[in-house]
Design a protein around this ligand. Structure first.
Ligand code: SF4
Length: 330
């Protein structure tokens, strides 16, 4: 039996994000709801363009024009009590971003300023959020580089980003994001731009940090292997919606949504026997004109008449599992 944690860190309720383009309104996120609990690694997984990165950015309202959060509530459980991110001022949000909710993005080169040393950039985050003065922040920067297992941290702290390898730069980005000991760390495809051996090292580092620092981690990935290795619970996204949610071990052993089954057939299943890999027939829908009813119906081998016109409700299967599919509606 799976034991569920109970203390919420963040709760997303009925989130809708639209992008207003010349071609039309892209309904990138349509009614996404989930909670993340203290100490867990929660994964959002799905194909490119399914809305997982947009969802993660929306958690601190980091959606840039022409995008807009058109509906939804995002409750963040601060030590001082819950706040609705949607109602905070920009100034209040800046206090939370980087300090209580920190991000690691996929491109470490873009995340670092080429003009400043890595020590300065780690220290600056602490000074900006008033968690240390400059002297203390520089001293802590070396310890932070040690904690992200940077070789020769006393020397590296004085390096500029271009003097480091891609893997080292990502360690610095992780160090910057950890410098204020955030309540929630969001890692958006943190290994995508790194080569395979470095990818494994960075994932291993995140796992160790999570254990040592007792962090809560939201991991965004398209890779089911990473989900199996890293996550406690997973939400599978398709075309701007969550279609299945549950403990990773249960979802991998017994996927319920036809899309999740397809995803797992398309990769070697790390928790099951390796079978012939199959891709999911068809293509992801255009989110300016999403299909009516179930957005997966044009690709679904189990499609029924109702699926073409009515959106399936999210069905609670118990044991923390949910699925949005007419096959489970009684
Ligand atoms: Fe397939 Fe219908 Fe379920 Fe959608 S609701 S996944 S079309 S069976």
């Amino acid at each position: 039996m799976t034991i569920f944690p109970t203390k919420k860190v963040i709760e997303v309720k009925d989130l809708h994000v639209h992008f207003y383009t010349y071609a039309g309104v892209v309904k990138a996120i349509s009614g996404v709801s989930f909670e993340i609990y203290e100490g867990e690694t929660f994964c959002l997984v799905g194909e490119t363009g399914c809305g997982k990165s947009v969802t993660s950015r929306a958690l601190t309202r980091l959606i840039e024009s022409p995008g807009r959060i058109v509906k939804g509530r995002i409750i963040f459980y601060r030590d001082s009590g819950p706040v609705d991110i949607m109602t905070l001022s920009e100034e209040e949000l800046r206090e939370i971003r980087g300090r209580e909710i920190a991000y690691i993005f996929q491109d470490p080169t873009a995340a670092l300023d080429p003009l400043y040393t890595v020590g300065y950039q780690i220290a600056e985050t602490m000074v900006a959020h008033r968690t240390a003065d400059w002297r203390e922040a520089f001293r802590k920067a070396i310890n932070i580089l040690k904690s992200v297992i940077m070789p020769d941290p006393e020397r590296r702290v004085k390096n500029y980003p271009h003097e480091l390898s891609g893997g080292m730069r990502q360690r610095v980005v992780i160090g910057v994001s950890l410098s204020n000991r955030p309540k929630l760390l969001i890692a958006d495809e943190p290994t995508t731009n790194l080569d395979v051996t470095i990818q494994a090292q960075i994932l291993d580092l995140l796992r160790k940090l999570k254990k040592n620092e007792q962090m809560t981690l939201l991991l965004i990935t398209h890779n089911m292997g990473v989900v199996a290795e890293m996550c406690t619970r997973v939400a599978v996204m398709y075309a701007g919606k969550i279609v299945e949610l549950g403990p990773v071990i249960d979802v991998f052993k017994d996927p319920r949504h036809p899309y999740t089954r397809g995803l797992l057939r398309a990769v070697p299943n790390p928790l099951g026997k390796v079978e012939r890999l199959e891709s999911i027939p068809g293509t992801v829908p255009n989110l300016i004109y999403p299909p009516p009813g179930c957005r997966f119906h044009p690709r679904c081998p189990y499609m029924m008449e109702v699926c073409k016109s009515k959106e399936p409700p999210m069905v609670d299967l118990g044991e923390g599992r949910k699925v949005a599919c007419w096959l489970y509606v009684k």
